[in-house]
Design a protein around this ligand. Structure first.
Ligand SMILES: *[C@@H]1O[C@H](CO)[C@@H](O)[C@H](O)[C@H]1NC(C)=O
Ligand SMILES: *[C@@H]1O[C@H](CO)[C@@H](O)[C@H](O)[C@H]1NC(C)=O
Ligand SMILES: *[C@@H]1O[C@H](CO)[C@@H](O)[C@H](O)[C@H]1NC(C)=O
Ligand SMILES: *[C@@H]1O[C@H](CO)[C@@H](O)[C@H](O)[C@H]1NC(C)=O
Ligand SMILES: *[C@@H]1O[C@H](CO)[C@@H](O)[C@H](O)[C@H]1NC(C)=O
Ligand SMILES: *[C@@H]1O[C@H](CO)[C@@H](O)[C@H](O)[C@H]1NC(C)=O
Length: 505
């Protein structure tokens, strides 16, 4: 992942304009931009323009007032006002599209070409947009205490851990409910159907600005991972407003609204097996964990897992006077799940760490599991608000059978995935939302084609958003085309995944 990021940074620095600091209208944050119901673009972050679009909190009851959505645009070098804007919808939920485009601008331009404008945004509740919610209201001690009770390791690490994770999860919901009640009365108005409606508002405002008829405006969307749920939701709600839509790295939208993440584990072990075969074909020079056969690599990896399970490694830091740590099986599992988000970039790093472990050095893994913990609530708030009426994960029996399923399906990731996505946190959320904000009985998908066929893209081995979800989604949208890339990874263009710990799906 590091290598990937530094390539992006290099492009960034080459593309920077040196003199922009003295341009007085240039802003470097959204605080300096007035929200407006009409789209107004302000030069920002040297090479971009930014806008805060005012939208109704609730489209079915505009008397409730408005909130604002942060948009950012990278004008194509060959694009004009007439050129379509391709909106990149980030993963998550909870991912910041503003951050995504700022961090990946070079890749985005390369991917789509200079004839387009590229736009991204922070969905409701996220980063620079309105309705952000801090469930612990700044009380970091309470957040840490909760985390200590809840994030105790992989879900089935001990004979009581599953129960501890289940029962402690209600604490989180209660803090979030309370924060909404006391401080942010509309903090749960961040659901995906509302985000889809916001995108319609955006394309209509853009048409208005270009002097075109808003009612003819069409959406050009590139959705990644959870962003594909936004795309599928938009296409179901406004099938005649689809201009171009690429859904890449498909999350099963229907399962998402049920708070069910069981499909996600489908190809995880297949991807982990690729670690061994890639390492083997890379050779001993380029893979530090190399072995004479892929099976030898797998066997040594399995030994390390078993070893760590029975013998956690103390890191005293007595000489450095740093903080002591105990490296556990859960830390190793956290490494694996993190690596699967960007396998091609992460596998070499993973090989180095496994090699060090084999030599008895576990320090690279210290604190790895704790690093997965919740620091931003946006993702869970959106995930839980979206699913609360259909939540299939509320009782301890349901939780147990979900964990049994993930464990049976993936020996490497199955026991860490439930606490990684942490969908059990939704069980005590009580958002009081109007019907207009939630997907109810309505199934995602259509019985007729969208105004332009949807392109559904998937890798043949996708460890997080598996191929079966792409096939299923394709079957739900008549006329859609499924494009397969023979590769391992999440989404064909890996521009989504820069911070796996914040991006769940
Ligand atoms: C926004 O656009 C509408 C419709 O074109 C126009 O009537 C209105 O004056 C505009 N408002 C502002 C503040 O520019
Ligand atoms: C939020 O947006 C700012 C730009 O306004 C960006 O620098 C920052 O990385 C984003 N934060 C997150 C957590 O994505
Ligand atoms: C812009 O368009 C011109 C003319 O079509 C083309 O020659 C040029 O390569 C394009 N530039 C970029 C950066 O795409
Ligand atoms: C892997 O291969 C090495 C080198 O041949 C051998 O020493 C080792 O015993 C093998 N390990 C396993 C678990 O097969
Ligand atoms: C152990 O691993 C850490 C982190 O990867 C590394 O910085 C350190 O040099 C290693 N120590 C030894 C003795 O190899
Ligand atoms: C947890 O592990 C125990 C012992 O390994 C096993 O019997 C049980 O079925 C597991 N439970 C789940 C929910 O995976």
């Amino acid at each position: 992942m590091k290598g990937f990021l530094s390539v992006v940074l290099l492009f960034n620095s080459l593309g920077c304009k040196a003199h922009s600091w003295n341009d007085r209208s240039m802003v470097y944050g959204f605080d300096n931009i007035e929200p407006s119901a009409n789209l107004t673009w302000t030069p920002c972050f040297d090479d971009f323009t930014c806008s805060r679009l005012e939208v109704p909190l609730d489209y079915s009851d505009t008397s409730l007032g408005t909130t604002s959505i942060a948009f950012i645009k990278l004008a194509g070098k060959n694009a004009t006002m007439e050129s379509p804007s391709i909106i990149i919808n980030p993963g998550g939920p909870g991912g910041s599209g503003v951050d995504l485009l700022l961090t990946n601008r070079a890749i985005a331009s390369q991917a789509f070409g200079e004839q387009y404008n590229i736009v991204s945004f922070d969905p409701r509740g996220v980063n620079n947009s309105g309705l952000s919610l801090d469930c612990f209201s700044g009380n970091t001690e309470a957040r840490t205490a909760f985390s200590r009770l809840h994030s105790t390791g992989v879900t089935n690490i001990s004979s009581t851990s599953l129960e501890e994770q289940y029962y402690s999860s209600s604490i989180y919901g209660e803090w979030c409910n309370n924060a909404v009640e006391k401080e942010s009365p509309h903090g749960f108005y961040v659901t995906t159907p509302a985000v889809a409606r916001d995108l319609l508002t955006f394309i209509e405002a853009e048409a208005e600005l270009a002097g075109k008829a808003p009612s003819d405006a069409k959406l050009w969307l590139y959705g990644i991972s959870y962003g594909t749920v936004v795309g599928a939701t938009f296409a179901s709600m406004f099938p005649d407003r689809v201009g171009r839509m690429i859904l890449d790295g498909i999350a099963d939208a229907e399962q998402y609204y049920d708070n069910d993440y069981s499909a996600n584990v489908d190809q995880m072990d297949e991807a982990m097996e690729k670690f061994s075969s890639f390492c083997h074909s890379a050779g001993p020079e380029r893979c530090s964990f190399w072995g004479p056969t892929p099976a030898n690599i797998t066997a040594r990896m399995d030994n390390i897992i078993l070893q760590l399970k029975n013998h956690p490694v103390p890191i005293s830091e007595v000489h450095s006077r740093g903080l002591p740590a105990l490296v556990t099986y859960s830390d190793l599992k956290a490494l694996f799940v993190d690596a699967l988000y960007v396998p091609t970039a992460s596998f070499p790093v993973m090989a180095d760490i496994l090699h060090q472990l084999e030599c008895g050095n576990a320090s690279a893994l210290a604190g790895k599991f704790d690093g997965l913990g919740v620091t931003f609530d946006a993702g869970h708030v959106i995930q839980c608000a979206d699913s609360y009426r259909r939540n299939k994960l509320t009782s301890i029996e349901e939780f147990k059978s979900y964990v049994e399923y993930t464990v049976s399906k993936s020996k490497y990731i199955g026991d860490v995935f439930p606490i990684f996505v942490d969908s059990i946190l939704c069980r005590s959320f009580r958002p009081q939302l109007p019907d207009s904000m939630v997907v109810q009985d309505q199934i995602i998908g259509l019985d007729r084609p969208t105004s332009f066929p949807i392109l559904i893209a998937s890798n043949t081995i996708d460890p997080i958003t598996p191929l079966i979800s792409a096939r299923k989604t394709s079957s739900r949208f008549p006329g859609s085309i499924l494009l397969l890339q023979e590769a391992v990874g999440v989404s064909c263009y890996q521009i989504s995944i820069t911070k796996p710990s914040q991006i769940r799906v």
